[in-house]
Write a protein that binds this ligand. Structure first.
Ligand code: NAP
Length: 234
């Protein structure tokens, strides 16, 4: 188990399946945790569970909201060592030629703009500190366009490319930037949506959280610009 004793970790989408699992993994590793989601009430239980954590509300699609949240986190903890960009989401849609602007914009905003907004706001703090670790969440579906999923696939492909650009920009400054490519997560929502599939083949959120923890740790100090597949047995 890697240790992150006292390091400050900002987790977006902390109220969700992977966000909660990651917060617990980082807490077990000794980190101090900033829990970020757009619904502060949804973080109450997790904040109470994780000693020393603090909760912050932000709409990660809105640059002003991200700027205010990052300023609050920095003021509270004094530094930001790790940024785990976990917030994101998925919707199926019609074929591309029938896709309305709002569906396209929604996926690009939720999955790509959120990562752009947090990275550009947190990185100046990491540059001032002289170190940092950023882990973004793309998806297996980023690697090959699927029917009726174009906005999602494109938005997650953008996360991979953004990760590579950021890694190249900061490779000489002890700031690593990597992303993970989850296959289907074993979540209550996926079990409800796909009741006939074998969920033992899927990835438990806690297993994915272990990969995020590794990428944030000193053990991964020479890994940057990677897109790590985490598919379980699917
Ligand atoms: N689940 C899968 O099978 C799967 C597969 C591949 C990749 N992924 C990726 O893995 C990540 C985590 O997935 P998950 O299943 O843990 O998702 P989740 O349970 O839906 O968690 C995402 C969290 O982000 C929050 N959020 C959404 N929009 C936001 C915004 N604009 N500002 C702040 N917070 C916002 C959500 O709040 P609300 O619930 O209130 O919207 C939710 O709490 C996502 O990036 C997802 O795309 C998931």
């Amino acid at each position: 188990m890697p240790t992150l004793d006292g390091r400050v970790v900002l987790i977006t989408g902390a109220a969700g399946n992977l966000g909660q699992a990651s917060a617990r993994a980082f807490a077990t590793a000794g980190a101090r945790i900033a829990l970020v989601d757009h619904n502060l009430d949804a973080l109450t239980g997790l904040q109470a569970e994780i000693h020393g954590s603090a909760a912050f509300a932000a709409d990660l699609i809105q640059p002003e909201s991200v700027a205010a949240m990052v300023a609050q986190v920095h003021q509270h903890f004094g530094r930001i060592d790790v940024l785990a960009n976990i917030a994101g989401g998925f919707t199926m849609g019609p074929a591309v030629h029938e896709t309305p602007d709002r569906d396209w914009d929604r996926m690009l905003d939720l999955n790509a703009r959120t990562v752009f907004n947090t990275c550009r706001t947190v990185i100046p703090h990491m540059l001032a500190q002289g170190s940092g670790r950023i882990i973004n969440v793309a998806a297996r579906a980023a690697l090959e366009g699927k029917a009726h999923m174009a906005p999602y696939c494109v938005s997650k492909a953008a996360v991979i490319t953004l990760t590579e650009s950021l890694a190249a920009e900061h490779k000489d400054r002890d700031i690593t930037v990597n992303c993970i490519l989850p296959g289907t997560l074993d979540t209550p929502q996926n079990r409800a949506a796909m009741p006939d599939q074998d969920h033992t083949q899927w990835v438990p959120p806690a297993a994915l959280a272990d990969v995020i923890l590794f990428l944030a740790s000193d053990a991964a100090r020479c890994v940057t610009g990677a897109a790590v597949p985490v598919y379980g047995r699917s």
